[in-house]
Design a protein around this ligand. Structure first.
Ligand code: AMP
Ligand code: GLY
Length: 427
């Protein structure tokens, strides 16, 4: 079967790596892809926002499945348009993608189906938002309603910060994504990312991961798309996972089906483990990046078969096998990230780095120039490794990083620190 993968990041490189290992794969195409993905897929310059062009490409290349990596094409209804043209696509419809596309939508769904989450209000103007804020305890969380590339959330520790966040949203800091805001109760606890395949009715858990959102060691500095991740997440004990499944995931899947907008694809929950148990703080409707890289390293089964079972609605007859190992992924970013970064610096030493046992290198923002690999984005490389423990996986990832010669890049030196501290306290 020919497959078209949409996207260009480390997540998509990991998906391409897993898809290309499938016994079912014919030709794997990726739009637009990157220099790493080009080693295992044919990269094509398709305008993904032009749905008619994507449909024409699929017909011309007899694509049996389209796999959508990022959220924007899902929220834009790419899967709906492909389905209407008779082309199978993995990912939710536009209506179901509202779980990520509108934070207010998700909060209302939680209220309707009694899903544990923080108290909240939805607002369209400064005055009513500030009146609500005045009556809330601090800290408090201010969120742009729409897609803001991970930048639309402010956890405010003072009232002034919260008010400034409200002002910024309504003054256009996040464009139309901030025309409506959600003000949400601050949830105290440890965060985990939980992933599940959902075929409209059946849930197949993929497991949990934890990522490091802050740019600097010690989880300091501004928020990023994610500087590293590991899976499984020790905080997600089997009992906590069961509660998350029963109290959050199943009611969401049932609620979406009951509303006539069933969810199909990968559901990614941001869960806070509080003293009262798991509480949802956000949904995403795609794999996390870099969490996906750790999941793909641990997956033993055929990813393509799993994605097809999801699209075909037969997950009730499907199961997955996983490596026992832990996987950990360190993001290498261009200096300046998450702010402006320079493109075009050369990265050397990748072949030597890839030889470290247990290591897999995924490209996140690279391009090829002859035989040279050049940085072409903020997050540039993902160095992922498997190990028996988080400490072993981390040591292997940093051993590989030591082989990479890229003075214009940087990475955090402490990915997995919380899990490693747990391992040390238990041994
Ligand atoms: P998001 O962009 O939705 O992933 O949110 C960014 C970060 O904000 C999350 O990873 C959490 O650390 C934090 N966050 C979001 N909502 C809450 C909340 N209700 N309470 C505490 N922290 C939150
Ligand atoms: N790493 C978080 C995300 O993909 O949104």
């Amino acid at each position: 079967m020919n497959v078209l993968l949409i996207g260009s990041g480390g997540r998509e490189h990991a998906l391409a790596w897993a898809l290309s290992a499938s016994p079912l794969i014919g030709t794997l195409y990726c739009a637009p892809g990157n220099a790493g993905i080009a080693d295992m897929a044919r990269c094509v310059a398709l305008d993904v926002a032009d749905h008619a062009a994507v449909i024409a490409f699929c017909r011309e290349h007899t694509i049996g499945l389209v796999v959508v990596g990022p959220e924007a094409p899902l929220v834009a209804g790419l899967v709906d348009d492909l389905a209407a043209a008779g082309i199978k696509a993995f990912g939710p419809t536009r209506a179901a993608a509202q779980l990520e596309g509108s934070k207010g939508f998700t909060k209302d769904l939680c209220r309707e189906f009694s899903i544990p989450t923080g108290a909240y209000g939805r607002f369209h103007d400064k005055a009513s938002a500030k009146a609500y804020l005045a009556a809330q305890p601090i800290p408090i969380v201010v969120k742009a309603d729409g897609l803001a590339a991970g930048k639309g959330v402010v956890v405010a520790f003072t009232r002034a910060e919260a008010e400034a966040a409200v002002d910024a949203c309504f003054e256009g800091a996040f464009g139309s994504a901030g025309a409506e805001i959600v003000i949400e109760e601050f949830l105290d606890g440890e965060e985990a990312s939980v992933f599940a395949l959902v075929d409209g009715k059946t849930v197949l858990l993929l497991g949990a991961a934890q990522d490091h959102k802050r740019v600097f060691d010690g989880d300091k500095g501004p928020n990023t798309g994610g500087m590293g991740a590991y899976s499984p997440a020790p905080v997600m004990t089997p009992a906590m996972m069961q509660r998350t499944l029963d109290e959050i995931i199943k009611p969401t899947v049932a609620g979406m089906a009951e509303r006539g907008t069933p969810f199909k694809g990968v559901l990614f929950l941001g869960v806070m483990i509080t003293t009262q148990g798991p509480k949802l703080y956000e949904y995403n409707v795609r794999f996390g990046d870099p969490e996906c890289q750790t999941l793909m390293l641990r997956l033993k089964s055929d990813l393509l078969a799993a994605l097809l079972a999801t699209v075909d609605g037969v997950l009730d007859r499907f199961d997955l096998r996983w490596h026992e190992d832990v996987a950990l992924c360190v993001v290498m970013a261009a200096k300046g990230y998450p702010g402006d970064t320079a493109k075009g610096s050369e990265i050397k030493g990748l072949d030597a780095a890839a030889k470290v046992p247990g290591v897999q290198i995924f490209h996140a923002g690279t391009k090829r120039d002859g035989t040279r690999i050049l940085a072409n984005g903020g997050r540039v490389l993902n160095v992922a490794a498997r190990g028996k423990t988080v400490a072993e996986a981390q040591a292997r990832a940093y051993e590989a990083i030591a082989e990479i010669d890229w003075p214009e890049g940087f990475c955090r030196r402490d990915i997995g620190w919380r899990a490693i501290a747990r391992e040390q306290s238990q041994s």
